[in-house]
Design a protein around this ligand. Structure first.
Ligand code: ATP
Ligand SMILES: O=C(O)C[C@@H](O)[C@H](O)C(=O)CO
Length: 329
């Protein structure tokens, strides 16, 4: 897996899944019950990753579905301005709504997200709306796990994965587990393992791999033994502030520590991490360096108010990598 793969393609990365709205508490360090004002941003893990990638200079596209309303139009405009191709951002004509994420920042360590995702438009993307000609044009297809939670979005994603494999496009699976979207953990494990086994790169937290394996307290060693008996070449396992590991099929083990930063909130870490890690891989950097890019990007985003708008530039990431100490754990 290297940068050369997408050099001649129109896109470096196409993400599939939700593009939603984040409403982040403006008065933070207090419970949401006492929060009166929220700032609006584009959100949704795969949208954040595409925005992060575009900010780093990647050629990015997006496959998804937005509501036919002001929120949907806000999302499309923001993503277009961020430099993302929105031609495959379909408009829902059946009255489904944009998903909303209200974020509560009680303290830097105590953050939570209150989701309004009943009948969310993104989960109504249909398989017939996924176009092979579009997928052919990218080096990487980035799949978000939440898009597998419900039909018809589930089948749309499975079709996209199939088309990617048929056309030599690398599949990156970001586990992105959001409990409220799923009916049961059994169901999650079935679809997570189905897609992980077919992906070239899998990225998730230790807890998300436990979800994939339908167990508690699993180990990285067991996870890689399982996944390397299938298609994945690289497995990235994140351990929050304790840093992250990447394992390669050929036996490589790499670790990156988190960078010290003044944390405002913790969400957005995973999405910024994924976009910068993939940017580095696409640009042909080695895996250890790619992990550092991911960690540096995440440490910038956790120090800021939003997830999408806060995505850093290459210069910001490289400057942080050169100057900021890591957290020893
Ligand atoms: N408090 C922190 N300070 C600095 N860096 C952090 C902190 N928390 C996380 N990170 C960085 O972000 C990376 C991803 O974080 P984490 O493992 O929490 O992912 P995640 O759970 O997917 O994130 P999210 O909260 O966005 O869902 C970590 O590997 C680490 O490099
Ligand atoms: O992924 C979501 O739906 C919410 C995000 O947009 C939010 O910014 C976040 O949790 C990022 O990790």
């Amino acid at each position: 897996m290297s940068g050369g793969a997408s050099a001649e393609k129109k896109f470096d990365l196409i993400a599939i899944g939700r593009a939603c709205i984040d409403l982040n508490a403006v008065e933070y360090n207090r419970p949401m019950e006492e929060t009166m004002t929220f700032s609006k941003y584009v959100g949704g893990s795969p949208a954040n990753i595409a925005i992060g990638g575009a900010r780093l200079g990647l050629k990015a596209g997006f496959i998804g579905k937005i509501a036919d309303d002001q929120h949907g139009r806000f999302i499309r405009n923001y993503m277009k301005e961020a430099g993302i191709d929105t031609s495959q951002l379909k408009v829902d004509l059946e009255g489904h709504k944009t998903g909303l994420a209200f974020t509560e920042i009680k303290s830097p360590e105590e953050c939570s997200i209150l989701m309004y995702r009943d009948q969310a438009a993104d989960l109504y993307l249909r398989p017939e709306e996924v176009d092979e000609e579009y997928i052919k044009q990218t080096g990487i297809l980035l799949v978000s796990g939440t898009a597998l939670a419900q039909s018809p979005s589930r089948e749309a994603v499975l079709k996209a994965v199939q088309l990617a494999k048929r056309n030599g496009v690398q599949v990156v699976f970001e586990l992105d587990y959001r409990p409220y979207t799923w009916k049961s953990t059994e169901e999650t494990a079935v679809y997570y393992s189905l897609v992980a086994e077919q992906s070239d790169i899998v990225i998730g937290t230790r807890d998300e791999y436990d979800m994939l394996e339908n167990r508690e307290g699993g180990s990285n060693e067991e996870t890689i033994r399982y996944l390397f008996s299938h298609r994945p070449e690289i497995v990235v396992i994140k351990h929050g502030v304790e840093g992250s590991y990447a394992y390669t099929r050929s036996g490589g083990v790499f670790r990156a520590q988190a960078y010290k930063t003044k944390v405002l909130k913790t969400f957005g870490a995973g999405d910024s991490y994924a976009s910068a890690f993939l940017y580095a891989i696409i640009r042909g950097k080695d895996i250890e360096t790619a992990l550092k890019y991911g960690s540096a990007s995440a440490s910038i985003v956790v120090s800021k108010h939003s997830s999408s708008e806060a995505m850093p530039t290459v210069e910001e990431i490289e400057s942080l990598m050169a100057n900021q100490p890591v957290i020893h754990s």
